[in-house]
Design a protein around this ligand. Structure first.
Ligand SMILES: [Zn+2]
Length: 66
């Protein structure tokens, strides 16, 4: 068995607003970014979005750390 012992379908992460570990719902969004120097070219970046199930605070983080 893996480490899926949560009954909640999500992850427990630290929430800055709550100041403690809370259950988070994690999803991945693809965002299209345009860069000033490459106007004609759009890059699609996957973002990891986690939403605190306690206070509803959302935080997103780019998955490609380039
Ligand atoms: Zn929170």
């Amino acid at each position: 068995m893996a480490t899926t012992d949560d009954s909640f379908d999500g992850m427990t992460e630290h929430c800055d607003d709550c100041g403690t570990q809370t259950p988070h719902q994690v999803s991945v969004q693809i965002r299209t970014e345009s860069r000033k120097e490459e106007n004609a070219q759009f890059s699609r970046e996957p973002y990891r979005v986690s939403e605190c199930q306690h206070c509803g605070s959302r935080s997103s983080q780019r998955m490609n750390n380039a």
